[in-house]
Design a binder for this molecule. Structure first.
Ligand code: SF4
Length: 334
């Protein structure tokens, strides 16, 4: 949809409460992209993987079928409405969501629409790399400025155990897709490796990643570990020493450890869309967080956050759980 067409919808959309936004979140702070506006292209936990560490929770629909899970018009109308409400500049518009964004067949149209709405802003795509072997999927994201693919392990058994892909996806397909994408894509590629203790922190993986890096030629590589609870308790962060060894060997960037790659991951809401309560609920919908993480992300005081968290917990809308040595809040029943 052209920006002109979207802009005709603005009076109606701008009047709508921003708390009703379903697919636009943020602006958010990202270790790799700066202040970024996030777009959810799935609207639900739909993914080709079911990673043990996923912050969005277990995948509800595991599939490799590409479809229009959310209509591009719906996402772009919300993006235009958001800009009308909050025209402050952002460093990136980032396509991700609660699953694998390349599953949305409308991703090419969404990239083009986002560029029309934010013409001076880079458009970034987070992906788990599982669909890049498909010509159509690669073609669809060629219009992006930055693509952030993830690749956690090149050891087949680790890949199967950690990323739990659909049976149709093999590691060879993922590798082949990434190499082909690099050959065709002239934008920037930031490859991400997420390490989980005892699951993919082997020397075998490190050596294979080092070799693959030469083939894939990313513009940068980021090695991170879990900083929040994953979907399954087996996923635990690696020790600082292991993280450092992988980073040094792979020549990774030193970024704050804000994982994990492709869905909502690594992204922190920086400002409430309208009320603090709505912002907290929107943020927790995408991943569990501690009170202090929410304080930093929202730019509010401890007291303000404590008041909202207390109210939401007593209403039964969020739940607190001790994990990784800290109290994490998540949406009740998620
Ligand atoms: S971490 Fe990313 S690729 Fe893995 S299940 Fe979650 S959304 Fe899918």
């Amino acid at each position: 949809m052209a920006y002109q067409a979207i802009s005709r919808m603005l009076p109606h959309m701008a009047a709508a409460s921003p708390t009703k936004l379903n697919y636009v979140f943020g602006p958010i702070l990202s270790g790799r992209l700066g202040r970024s506006l996030g777009l959810d292209l799935l609207g639900a936990r739909i993914c080709s993987f079911d990673c043990l560490y996923c912050e969005a929770g277990p995948t509800d629909k595991k599939t490799v079928t590409r479809a229009v899970y959310v209509k591009p018009d719906a996402i772009l109308a919300e993006l235009a409405a958001h800009k009308a409400i909050d025209p402050s500049p952002v460093d990136a518009v980032t396509l991700g969501g609660l699953g694998e964004p390349c599953l949305n067949e409308g991703i090419g149209e969404i990239i083009a629409g986002a560029k029309s709405i934010y013409p001076a802003t880079p458009v970034a795509v987070l992906t788990n790399s599982s669909l890049l072997w498909l010509d159509a999927a690669r073609e669809d994201i060629m219009g992006a400025d930055i693509v952030l693919p993830s690749l956690d392990s090149l050891a087949p058994s680790e890949f199967a155990r950690l990323n739990r892909p659909c049976p149709e996806i093999t590691l060879e397909m993922v590798k082949d897709g990434l190499v082909r994408f690099r050959e065709q894509f002239s934008g920037r590629i930031y490859l991400e490796v997420l390490l989980a203790d005892g699951l993919n922190d082997s020397i075998e993986n490190l050596e294979a990643l080092l070799q693959f890096r030469r083939l894939c030629r990313p513009d940068r590589i980021d090695v991170v570990t879990l900083s929040r609870p994953g979907a399954y308790p087996e996923a635990k962060p690696v020790r600082a020493r292991t993280l450092e060894d992988f980073r040094r060997t792979l020549g990774a960037e030193q970024i704050p450890c804000v994982p994990s790659g492709h869905g909502p991951p690594g992204l922190m809401p920086a400002r409430a869309p309208s009320t603090l309560e709505a912002a907290v609920l929107g943020s927790l919908r995408r991943r569990p967080q501690t009170a202090s993480q929410l304080v930093l992300a929202m730019g509010k005081t401890d007291e303000e956050l404590a008041r909202v968290l207390g109210a939401l917990e007593s209403q039964g809308r969020i739940a607190a759980q001790k994990q990784l040595g800290a109290i994490f809040y998540s949406l009740a029943g998620s």
